[in-house]
Write a protein of this length. Sequence first.
Length: 380
Amino acid sequence: MKKGVIIIFALMLLVSLLASCAESTTSQSTEASEGPEETGTTDTSSATETTIKWRVALSNSYVGNDWRQNMQKVATYVAGSDVWKDRVTLDIINCENTAEAQSASIDALILEEYDAILIDAASATALNPALQRALDAGIVVVSFDQVVEMDGVVKYGISYDKLAAELAKYLVEAIGGEGNIVVDRGLAGASGSVPLYDAAMAVFDQYPEIVVVAEFDSNFAEGDTLTGMQAALAANPKIDAVYTQGYVAPVIQALQEAGHEMVPIAGWNYNGSVMALAENDCDGVIACCGTGYGADALALAVQMLEGKDDYPTGATEKIEANWYLAVMDMDTAANANLSVNYEMIEEDVNWWSDMPPGFQPPDLLDIVGDIDIPNSLFTE
C-alpha cells in the first residue's frame, strides 16, 4: 500500500509541475506520443531499417495575431503530412507573452524529455537560463521568428534591422524627405520589435524635416493598431506617413474615420494589408514573409537530430529566412534604392480577394519537402 501511495504521489507531482508552466498555456499535438518511437520502414528491396520518431515541442509566446495562428496551422499540417508523420510528432505549447511563463514552459518540456524544442521567443535574452538547461539535457533548440541571442541555439529568422531600413527608406522617398510620421513600436519585449523600431528611427533621424509626431504599441493586433492610430490622429490632424509593424487595414480605417487623406503606409504582409492598399489606391510598402517558419524550424531540428550538416546555415549567427517587399509604386521603390527584392502589388500575386484578411502563403524551405499546403487550411 505504501509503495502504491508513493507512486500515485509522484505522478501527481509530475502533473502539477507540467501544469504550472503558465496559467494560459494551451497545447495541440499531431499525435499522442510517449518518448522517441522506433518505426520500421521497408524499401523497394524489402530490406527493413529502423528509424526514430522524434518528439518535438513548439513553445510559442504569443497568439494574438493571424501570423502566429497560421504559423501553428502550417507547422501542424506539415508534421502530420506523409513526408514527416513517420519521423516526428509535434506538440504546440502556447504561453503568456512573458519570459517567466515561457521559461516555465521550457522547463516543463525538459521534464518531458522532448528531443527538440522550437522557440518563438518572448525575449531575446531572458529565456537563456531555461534554454541552457534544455541544451544541458541534450535537447536540440531551434529559435525562429523572434530569435534569441544565445550560443548553442540554431537561429532562424529575418534580419529585422535590414527590413526596417528598407520600409523606412520607401516612406522617406514617398513623402519627399519631409513631413509628419506616426510610428508603431510593435509588441513590447518582442526581440523583433526592437530592431524594427530602432532601424526605422535611424533612417528617419537622417532627415531634419521628418518629425515623428506620435508613437504607439500595436502589439501586432488589429484593435490596438486602430486605437493607436485614432489617438495619433486626434492629437495630430496633419500626418504624412505611417510606419506600422503590423496591420495596414486599421491604419486606413482610422484615416477614413478622421476624414484624412490617404498617406503612404509601411506595414506587414497580411492579405488584408496588401488588399487595403490596393483597394484604396494608397501608396505603401508591405514586408512579405511566409507563415512557414514553424515548419521550417521543425525540419531544421530533425536534420540536427539526425546528425545531418547540410541544412542551410547561411551566416554563422543566423539562418536568414526568405522575405521580400510588395510596393504600390515601383518608381518610389526604385528611387529609394531598395536593396532587396520587391514586386508590384497585384491581385492573385501577393493578395487574394477570395482568401481571409489574415492569409499569408507559407513559403517553406526546400528541406521541408514537397508539401502542398491547401488554402482551406487558412479558411477553417
